[in-house]
Design a protein around this ligand. Sequence first.
Ligand SMILES: *Cc1c(COP(=O)(O)O)cnc(C)c1O
Length: 485
Amino acid sequence: MKREHRFPGDMPAEEFRRAGHQLVDWIADFFNSVYQLPVLPNVKPGDIRNQLPDTAPNVGEEWERIFTDIDRVIMPGMTHWNHPRFFAYFSITGSGPGVLGELLAAALNNNAMLWKSGPSSTELEKTVLDWMRQMLGLPDEFWGIVYDTASVSSMHAIAAAREKIGLQIREKGMAGRSDLPRLRLYMSEHAHSSIEKGALTLGIGLEGIRKIPVDAEFRMRPDALAAAIAEDRRQGWLPFCVVATVGTTSTTSVDPVNDIADICERENLWLHVDAAYAGTAAILPEKRHILNGCERAHSFVFNPHKWLFVPIDFSAFYTREPETLKRAFSLVPEYLRTAEDHEVENLMDYGIQLGRRFRALKMWFVLRYFGVQGIQERLRYHIQLAQEFTAWVDAHPQLERMAPVPFSTVCFRALPLKLPEGMTLNQFNEHLLEEINRPREVFLSHTKLGDDYVLRAAFGNLRTRPEDLEILKKTIDTALNTLQG
Ligand SMILES: *Cc1c(COP(=O)(O)O)cnc(C)c1O
């Protein structure tokens, strides 16, 4: 296509219209045919890179050529998270309305660092966060903000907790201070690694993190937490924060948040709840109890990009102390002052980033398109798929379930009838996982529980059909047979 402009300019609108229709058609075809694609790619490290030129094109290329390379270069290297048989890690969905929201957000390209720089995005963000707060049954006082990931949300929680102790870390930092005891943060052995990374980032140090043992169902033991805090105080540490998990990453276990909140209130510690995956389940009245005690937390995070059908990234963070969070982060240079500062919330004041994407748009589309009932119906379906798979595992002569299944994630392993010569049970299960994933029909991942190597199957993609569950079972049986040849 000829590009005739009086100034260099953007892609002409008419060309954009044709290219856009072509791409949207491609996406609709992808959604229709993703069942037939392998969920895992067949590539070695470097295979994709080797097909790409070493330098950017000097002269602009035709859209047609760029478009063709989606199928030629990109698709062969895709691990398909939006695939109905992606059962690894946590199964997620970039849904149709969510994808459309991303498209529009890019077109508007709004940066809501200030209310003035994005009234619609600032106010829509507050609105969708408040809708979701109500859907989860969290208290009115919970103030919300969107960050990119749960890792970043939790890092902000720990920063607020650190600010709350009032030892002028904002002003003086932490190094070389004889007036500052070493800070201690508590989480269970099963809490997510992002909590440790957040603490690392904030200068707490790995030794400043104390991992509390769990009970037989992988939940933090409040008695052990209380004992650890008492011991630390005796030894001169300054406890400042406890992170409870609702839906741990390995087994989706739920810490006893009420008991932990009792301890935090008594000890005057910030309580942060990480409900990245499982928080969404509280939209179901029959699962609402999983958040019991979370109304007492100082901060709370859950990830709509995990089980609430928005494309990655979208993490919803709530706190009852936005002023503490603001004290930790607000720093306003002259050129960012506005006439409305006294009457609006400028979202840049509540975190490390200045610029922010218009993420609320995709969330708004998803919540409106499916509605609360439509979302509930879909969550129940995923839980039902997990229950059916659980029943199959429990009845299987060569499989053993390794944890309770409160949500849509199942931990299991093989107990083979005959273990091949010289192979440990853990090695057998490692081989089994490879053998299950090898045909690229399904994708499972693993974890370790104690010393045991454990396989995980997570359900959460909107396109997963009952047939896909059958394919999963058949693939596991085939792999079991192959390994015992
Ligand atoms: C997935 C997960 C996280 C990390 O989420 P990101 O958004 O990828 O940072 C944190 N905590 C828990 C419990 C998780 O399951």
